[in-house]
Design a binder for this molecule. Structure first.
Ligand code: GLY
Ligand code: MN
Ligand code: MN
Length: 430
């Protein structure tokens, strides 16, 4: 279905839910601010491109500074736009037009928004509290209620994420081709990804992670080198794309070459892919996401033994924190108008899962990533060496894998009543 067909239900549902939230928290109106231009540097006149307040993007894909959405009981939402008469700059028009007709649109001049915004008991939600119009700014309890509305996605949001996934997959395909051809730098691959997914660097949902070889052991590696690498090496690309403000988040790992070490790493990528798919198969409504994360450590322990990396029981590898030294991040997180979407971590994870961003019970309508990994991270291996836990590992194999850095396989998953929909595999196979 098109965005024009799915958006009316999205916005109508948000209106109903927000009216309930306003009544519960006793506000007469909610003002969602897109945000003010952010100066790059007070000695210059350049601003960063706007990344709107996420609660604004939840309603409206417009990316325009100093816009305000006003939501009140029983009234159509109003969209207040600030029209700037400027021959230096302009903002790009939205890529889709489906949302306009759902708002009463009012225009105002810079500095005059308060003239048209409501008075009374108003809650104002903004990324820029310093530039907020009158109202109670970012009240915590109200924000928690709004965050809860982002945990289950509407058909419109799922289709936006599906399109964001298809765009990202075009970028991933192109980087895979360029990498296989050899003699290519991280910067070349980053730029190839942007071109194929038709995005400016600043428009991506998060900065592309493009890591050749040992760099893949840095989980958020964005220091694109210009050195062109030929010969046996690996590539980890963790990159997404946006559609209507919604962002995908996808990782693939590749290896090139025929040396025994490259072949071993290639076999490990295949094992990790199988493990990732097994985790996806285990997703069940009613299960806690943290249990899925714990399960991924047990599956990883089995895989490490089968691959000749570890020699110990599953219990020992998991309970002594050995799998966590090799896979230190969380299994995944909710996706939406922010890459790590809100509302899914109402309770803290257990201490050994401290980087896990999703501790919710799995329900239909959630969209989250499944992204197990395996990395050779010196600082974490040093902790295993310090107390002898490294004896459970074959350090020769670890040495052989070190130049390849690590592996992550990350898909975007929709939980449906009858099972899961894997947006990423769907796009790769489509
Ligand atoms: N790309 C960041 C993440 O996977 O969470
Ligand atoms: Mn992710
Ligand atoms: Mn990612």
């Amino acid at each position: 279905m098109s965005f024009a067909e799915t958006y009316p239900d999205h916005v109508a549902g948000l209106q109903r839910a927000t009216e309930r939230v306003l009544a519960e928290h006793k506000y007469e109106a909610l003002v969602l601010c897109s945000g003010a231009p952010q100066s790059k540097n007070r000695f210059d006149d350049q601003s960063w491109p706007l990344i709107p307040t996420p609660a604004f993007s939840h309603w409206c894909p417009l990316v325009e500074a100093d816009s305000y959405l006003v939501i009140r009981q029983g009234k159509r939402p109003t969209l207040v736009r600030t029209v700037v008469d400027d021959f230096w700059e302009t903002t790009a028009p939205p890529e889709n037009e489906h949302f306009w007709e759902h708002f009463d649109v009012v225009t105002t001049e810079p500095g005059h928004a308060s003239d048209v915004l409501p008075g009374g008991r108003v809650a104002t939600v903004t990324r820029d509290p310093g530039a907020a119009p009158p109202g109670e700014v970012n009240p915590q309890e109200l924000i928690a209620s709004l965050d809860a509305l982002r945990t289950k996605k509407t058909a419109y949001e799922i289709e936006s994420l599906a399109e964001a996934t298809r765009r990202a997959v075009r970028g991933h395909r192109q980087t895979a081709v360029q990498f296989a051809g050899g003699d290519v730098s991280e910067l070349d691959l980053h730029l190839a990804y942007l071109a194929a997914s038709e995005q400016d660097d600043l428009a991506t949902p998060y900065k592309n992670i493009v890591a050749l070889g040992a760099h893949a052991a840095v989980l958020h590696y964005v220091a694109y080198q210009r050195v062109r690498e030929s010969g046996d090496t690996s590539l980890l690309v963790d990159a997404g794309a946006k559609c209507n403000g919604y962002g995908s988040d996808i990782t693939r790992t590749y290896v090139r070459g025929d040396s025994p070490a490259a072949r071993r790493f290639s076999e490990l990528i295949a094992r990790m892919d199988k493990l990732q798919q097994e985790i996806c198969r285990r997703i069940k409504i009613g299960m806690r996401y943290e249990d899925l994360h714990d399960l991924s450590h047990r599956l990883l322990a089995v895989m490490l033994v089968e691959a000749g990396i570890a020699r110990a029981s599953t219990d020992e590898l998991v309970d002594r924190g050995i799998t966590r030294a090799l896979f230190p991040h969380g299994l995944g997180h909710s996706l939406g108008v922010t890459t790590h979407d809100v509302g899914m971590k109402l309770r803290l994870p257990r201490a050994e899962n401290k980087f896990l961003r999703n501790t919710a019970v799995i329900e239909a309508g959630q969209v989250f990533t499944i992204e197990p990994g395996l990395y050779i991270i010196e600082g974490l291996l040093a902790q295993l060496r310090a107390d002898g836990r490294d004896k459970a590992l074959d350090l020769n194999v670890i040495d052989e894998l070190r130049p390849f850095g690590g592996i992550r396989i990350e898909d975007n998953i929709v939980v449906e009543a009858a099972g899961i929909r894997n947006l990423t595999r769907e796009a790769f196979n489509g």
